[in-house]
Write a protein that binds this ligand. Structure first.
Ligand code: NAP
Length: 261
């Protein structure tokens, strides 16, 4: 009951922009927020999938604005943010969510995978956050939610690009937060969630369905948490791994995670 009131108070009537709204967590977040009379701005490169999502939710009282946007393109992102602000009148919350995985094994190196990951997960995320931050600073209010990852705990073997982009994103958001005092910043670090990005990974401990993850995420934002790591088992692992000195971490990583595949 208390949680329902918290969610209602926080999310009711908000103008919410979501990147990566065509799949996985973006879809689950949209569904989780749809009951709250939200004005949605949905961004991704797959318009059909976003249109189908909006159609499936139109019976409710939320409104949907959809736009094709490649977050790697700074001008496209700024134009999409400007157009959504014009449509909704303001931007209350942005979910900086679009992301890609990348296999960056040093024995099978592909610059294209590395660069695509950096351009999407890091530069794309920063373009989105900064474009919305400019709007929110004018409004003197707003919330920037960055969807990072527990992969930012350490440099995991074969995941240099993904880990690097997520840890860099954490610090950019933290730095923004030190200057933008009227803006809420929430960094979310999910563990494994059952979505297409990780579908090919064989071992996904403490895997969570996307709808369950989305409910946890919207609650953490409503509670105004600055950092939210889930599930709790992953949070314990995250803090344990971060506490290890580098030589010990490297020994453990070689023993438990290392692969030449
Ligand atoms: N699932 C997990 O286990 C997990 C764990 C930790 C963190 N995360 C993070 O959660 C976020 C959402 O991922 P997900 O699990 O929902 O994966 P997903 O199902 O693969 O969705 C990724 C989304 O990102 C969008 N996207 C990718 N490249 C884009 C680009 N250049 N421009 C615009 N949109 C782009 C995709 O849309 P289009 O292809 O239509 O453009 C899609 O909507 C990511 O940042 C991911 O790193 C996921």
């Amino acid at each position: 009951m208390a949680k329902r009131i918290l969610l209602q108070n926080y999310w009711h009537n908000k103008a919410v922009l979501i990147t990566g709204a065509s799949s996985g967590l973006g879809v689950a977040l949209t569904k989780a927020l749809a009951p709250y009379h939200v004005t949605f701005g949905l961004l991704a490169r797959s318009k059909d999938k976003m249109a189908a999502l909006a159609d499936s939710l139109r019976h409710g009282n939320s409104r949907f604005w959809i736009r094709l946007c490649d977050v790697q393109d700074r001008e496209e992102v700024y134009e999409a943010v400007r157009a959504f602000q014009e449509y909704a009148g303001r931007i209350d919350v942005v979910w900086v969510n679009a992301g890609v995985g990348a296999k960056t094994n040093i024995f099978k190196w592909e610059w294209q995978a590395f660069e695509n990951c950096v351009q999407t997960n890091f530069m794309g995320a920063v373009y989105t956050a900064k474009a919305c931050l400019d709007v929110m600073l004018q409004q003197n209010s707003g919330t920037i939610v960055s969807v990072s990852s527990t992969a930012s705990m350490r440099g995991l073997p074969g995941s240099s690009a993904y880990c690097g982009t997520k840890v860099a994103l954490n610090y950019v958001m933290e730095s923004f937060a030190t200057q933008a005092k009227d803006i809420q910043f929430t960094s979310i670090l999910p563990g494994w969630v059952d979505t297409p990005i990780s579908a090919e990974v064989r071992h996904r401990p403490w895997l969570m369905p996307a709808d369950v993850a989305a409910k946890k995420m919207i609650t953490a934002v409503a509670k105004k948490k600055s950092k939210f790591i889930f599930p709790w088992q992953m949070a314990c692992l995250y803090y344990f791994m971060r506490s290890l000195p580098m030589p010990l971490y490297i020994k453990l990583a070689r023993k438990f995670f290392m692969s030449r595949k």
